[in-house]
Write a protein that binds this ligand. Structure first.
Ligand code: 2P0
Length: 362
């Protein structure tokens, strides 16, 4: 067994990011290069996040990793890509700085321990926060600096966007070596303090088709996905960047819903088709549209990733009413699994007109 030692320990947290222009499809599977650019909003650190501790010690005999308390296979190819890349960058840096007295022995093995405070693999971007956190922690441990989003990208595509806070774009790049396929912060989260994000957890079950396999089939079989990547997303990215820049909620919300819908349409266009939304997801979509048409302007938007859980965007002035609507429209006794994650807000009374617009019993 491994001898006792005093390991060097480092703990980091990384938040989940929610894409409003979706990434779906790779042009290079090994380097994880996407067929289109994407854009996301990173959650606060006190919401959905991964916490990762890395430890190194000269007595460790091998690299090991535990996810949510359970040891998993360290030989996962993407995990190995990240480890290899960080160690390569560390070697490069240490050889550039001959007189670095605090060199961490690069042959030293690491133990990695990572936990999520939310359901894993339920379409809640667990791999994004996970790899962002791992890469950042390893980089700190080995004293690596510089652009790390392209390392995180090689763990999981969407992870590159979790390396930054606020509003982040992942520029697809056009090089075949991927050096220009990086994430970039458009605005810090302070840019739009009124923006609220709610997660409606419809189901915490594992998704039937994982993202990586799903998008691979979509790239092979969906003409709609090809059309989307070439003819829709480039223009939509520009519009989304403008909408966020101007804090134009209606435009932001409309683009967000349309992009989610088109992503799920490409899943339906995949052969065999992939279904991530369930009946509850569709009822939530319906409710949001009825809510918006009741007011005659867009006050809420939904977006769904590779799973049935809804992410809702609203402005702070409407979030209380929206939460009340969800609680009344989806009472816990009729749907045990649906619950809200969000900040506490004061109780709001819904008007009879609004209830009837949404189709709730009087
Ligand atoms: C996104 N998703 O932009 C999109 C929307 C799911 C739907 O990024 O194979 O886990 O690791 O690069 O990053 C999920 O894909 O896939 C994803 P890999 P990833 O957030």
């Amino acid at each position: 067994e491994e001898k006792l030692c005093v390991p060097t320990l480092l703990t980091c947290t990384a938040p989940v990011n929610i894409a409003v222009i979706k990434y779906w499809g790779k042009r290079n599977e090994d380097l994880i290069l996407p067929i289109n650019s994407s854009l996301s909003v990173t959650l606060h650190q006190n919401q959905l996040k991964t916490t990762t501790t890395v430890a190194s010690c000269k007595h460790f005999k091998e690299d090991r990793i535990w996810l949510n308390g359970k040891e998993v296979d360290i030989n996962h190819p993407r995990l190995q890509s990240c480890l290899r890349e960080i160690r390569r960058l560390a070697r490069k840096r240490h050889s550039d700085e001959e007189n670095n007295s605090e060199k961490l022995n690069l042959s030293q093995k690491v133990h990695i321990c990572s936990v999520n405070n939310f359901p894993t693999a339920a379409g809640l971007a667990s791999s994004a926060a996970g790899y962002a956190c791992l890469v950042y922690a390893l980089a700190k441990l080995y004293g690596v600096q510089g652009e790390l989003s392209k390392v995180a990208r090689q763990g999981s595509g969407s992870a590159c966007r979790s390396m930054y806070g606020g509003f982040v774009q992942w520029i697809m790049g056009n090089r075949s070596d991927g050096k220009d396929s990086i994430a970039e912060e458009l605005h810090p989260e302070t840019h739009w303090p009124q923006l609220r994000i709610l997660i409606l957890v419809v189901s915490s079950e594992r998704k039937p088709v994982g993202s990586s396999a799903g998008m691979q089939t979509s790239v092979k079989t969906s003409p709609l996905l090809k059309y989307r990547a070439e003819s829709v997303v480039p223009q939509r990215m520009k519009e989304m960047v403008d909408a966020i820049g101007q804090r134009n909620f209606e435009k932001f919300a409309e683009l967000t819903m349309k992009d989610s819908n088109q992503f799920h349409a490409t899943c339906g266009d995949t052969y065999p088709p992939i279904f991530y939304l369930n009946d509850v997801s569709k009822r939530i979509m319906n409710m949001v549209h009825r809510y918006n048409s009741h007011y005659g302007n867009i006050k809420a938007a939904y977006t769904f990733d590779a799973g049935p859980n809804a992410v809702i965007f609203t402005l702070d002035e409407d979030v209380g009413e929206f939460i009340e609507l969800v609680k009344e429209h989806f009472p816990p006794e009729t749907n045990g699994e649906l619950f809200l994650k969000g900040l506490p807000v004061s109780k709001v009374t819904l008007s009879e007109e609004l209830k009837s617009a949404i189709g709730m019993e009087p």
